[in-house]
Ligand binder design. Sequence first.
Ligand code: AGP
Length: 573
Amino acid sequence: MCGIIGYTGADDIVRALAGGLEKLEYRGYDSAGIAFAEHGRLRVIKSVGRIALLEEKLADVRTDARCGIGHTRWATHGRPTEINCHPHLSFGKKFAVVHNGIIENCRKLQTLCENRGITPVSDTDSELIAHLLELNYEGDALSAVRRTAAMLEGSFAVAALCSDAPDEIYAFRRSSPLIIGVGKGMCCLASDGCAARAERTYLLGDGQYARLSSRGAEFFSHGKPAAPKRIQTADAGSCERGGYAHFMLKEIHEQPEAAARTIEAVGNRRLRGEVLYLGCGSSYNAALAAIPLTERGTGAEAHAVTAGEFLFSERVNGRGKTAVLLSQSGETADTVAAAEEAKRRGYATVSITNVPRSSLTRACRRNILTHAGPEISVATTKGFTSQAAALAALLTGAEEEDAVRRLPFAIERALGCDGDAKAVSELFASCRTAFFVGRREDCGAAYEGALKLREITYVPAMGLSAGELKHGTISLVEEGTPVVLIHTDPALKDKTLLTAATVRARGGTVIAVTADDEVAAACDFTLRIPFVPPLLSPAVSVVPLQLLAYHAAVRMGRDVDKPRNLAKSVTVE
Ligand code: AGP
């Protein structure tokens, strides 16, 4: 989603901002821009498309300015055009603004601006913030910030420049995160820790605002100085590709360590009683794959609902039940809203998330952290496996503790199928459609495999229960259609063999993901995984599916880490 960057210090501002924007690229965006004050005037440079295109425009820019702001935009209000791209200037060009979030009362604010003779030039809610700052300005930018923030409803993280104070950045936020870094003779700000690296980093408090200059950062709340909250941000290494061709590949290989750290951190905490899982995308798939394990672990029925749908479901009383909210980023708007709704309905709320002090951890009563480290690739991999590992640890009894502890080694061994996955990926790079099927816990993994392929190759891929295939979808299987068949439970072997035979009888090409020789022999290709207790298998069986999608996307020349139209964390409902 949209990302914000700001820098004030001794460095060349154009290079400093361009470097910061590159660090935000992984969040997903469709346009980018920067602004800085030069000789008492605000200068804005923007471009639609990749940062590289903006950098072409910046190549010849020479300036004395040492303070500026930048933005990557993921379009919500208005198409990805240069006019809608941030930074936005106020009507008198006194303020430049970058914004992440959604201003819910934008219609009312637009009318207010229009009544004052201001006609917005863009379709964005963000431009209105710039106009309000100038309307509220009486010579003191900090007071204008305080008054403007009070007029906004919704979620926002904002950084602003004022042409009267060319070396200062003003920042304010509500709900959307904003990190401020302070170092020797410099200050910076960013939407996340990968881009804001300095000697000391702080999370700007909800409702707080700040003034940044090369002399340091001052924090305020309700017109009075406020104490900032010191945080640790990601270490530099975890935000770099470290020799891998893509972040996705690096993150796939980081999965054994991520799972091990997560299992260790869960320790002896356990989930009990009736559980309702809520999450989106891969987080929902991780929950789905854990349903059988949950029912065995808690002895009660378990369900998974996508967070977005839960908001509109019957308001059944949740008293005595636990809502478990899964989110890698902890910032997915649907999931955060679902947490609030679950509390209203009386559920006990528990988050499973990778980001401490995220919106989701603030919304939930109990929090369980996965320890995957920063995930940069838009397509999640270690986010999914660390959630699956956390659920395995939270739901197994003493008799399976050893098997849970061995999961990271099993993930490591599953990575050994990389060569085979690369070879088989050829089938997917040239197909019209593909299917991923499995039963019980393998069904959740199948959903995730299909999502991985869809999001990074754009091949229409469907995940479904193997048993459902014959109820309609098999009509799409034709000569050469790839069908990935996941099989982990020996008790279901007969059914798996029947599925393989049924697909092959229609000309489909069956790719088994299994440890079972007999199943392997009944299929066209096999991606080998080690045997693990079936209910714990999703963290392992998903690995070949990730590799398959990755290699197919590389073959097809796709932008693996930044697929079209997608954002890393979807902060709008
Ligand atoms: C996964 O590869 C996707 N990018 C997406 O489905 C993602 O899982 C979903 O948006 C939820 O994100 P979260 O886990 O950060 O809440």
